[in-house]
Design a protein around this ligand. Structure first.
Ligand code: COA
Length: 260
């Protein structure tokens, strides 16, 4: 499907989703959020897509935030709806996707941009990246899950420091505090992510989706993560992937997973 603000490219089982509004530093306006939601949904339903890499167009920004021009005159109710709809249609959706999502953070990841990266399952940043949640400088707070996911990834104290100062951290500092998993040069960013995707793709897609659900369960209110792990673990035993994975191991050959 062709989008206005999003490019998709499928190669060797890896779908690269590129947010493509470089003149606005890839800021997330309503149309871009809707297109991203659609692109992620379609990818998850497509068995040919084994891993998704999400990145920004150009060499300057991953995403410089939600589009400030679009919400500057919103009312209380509109503000609330913006946050609720965004969380539901994109940010929670990405986090809960059964297909692994790697964020390739290729520059500024601010506000909604960092929130999108934090919704992904893994983050890799190029050494020019600058990450932060500057919303309080605009008189608002992160609304796409940032107050929650930053605390989960980097701890409550560091999250509060970043949110309250509204400051940015460089890639190395982001790595040190657990906000990104790896730092590479800009040239190496996509090849590095593709290599990581390749390692994921050797595994059972059904088990990957189960693992994502089990890890997410521990961060979901009212859900017992250990119980979810038991349920997901058990569920795997009923899958063709499990039969193939264990049989291949015992037959000393590479598994050929039927998948989802
Ligand atoms: N929403 C809307 N437009 C944005 C944007 C955003 N979050 N971030 C950048 N842009 C636009 C700028 O308005 C500018 O558009 P213009 O050329 O039509 O004037 C264009 O992208 C380039 O940005 P510019 O500010 O000129 O680049 P810079 O290199 O001087 O500064 C940043 C880069 C990232 C420091 C700066 O753009 C910025 O602070 N952006 C807002 C970050 C933010 O507060 N995000 C949280 C939103 S909740």
């Amino acid at each position: 499907m062709a989008y206005e603000n999003v490019l998709t490219h499928l190669e060797n089982g890896i779908l690269t989703i590129t947010i493509n509004r470089p003149s606005k530093l890839n800021a997330l306006n309503r149309a871009t959020i809707a297109e991203l939601s659609d692109a992620f949904g379609a990818a998850d339903a497509d068995a040919a897509v084994q891993v998704i890499i999400v990145t920004g167009s150009g060499e300057k920004a991953f995403v410089a935030g939600a589009d400030i021009a679009e919400f500057a005159d919103f009312s209380v109710e509109e503000g609330k709806a913006l946050s609720a709809n965004g969380q539901k249609t994109l940010f929670d959706k990405v986090e809960q996707l059964g297909t692994p999502v790697i964020a390739a953070v290729n520059g500024f990841a601010l506000g909604g941009g960092l929130e999108l990266a934090m919704s992904a399952h893994v983050r890799v940043a190029s050494d020019n990246a600058r990450l932060g949640l500057p919303e309080v400088s605009l008189g608002v707070i992160p609304g796409y899950g940032g107050t929650q996911r930053l605390a989960q990834l980097a701890g409550k104290g560091r999250a509060l420091e970043l949110v309250l100062t509204g400051g940015m951290v460089g890639a190395e500092e982001a790595h040190r505090i657990g906000l990104v998993n790896h730092v590479t040069s800009l040239e190496e960013l996509l090849p590095f992510c593709q290599k990581m995707a390749g390692k994921m793709m050797k595994n059972s897609p059904v088990a990957l989706a189960s693992a994502i659900r089990a890890v997410n369960a521990g961060f979901t209110d009212g859900v017992n993560g250990y119980q979810s792990e038991i349920d997901e673990f058990g569920r795997c035993f009923g899958t063709e992937d499990f039969k193939e994975g264990t049989t291949a191991f015992l037959e000393k050959r590479k598994a050929n997973f039927p998948g989802r």
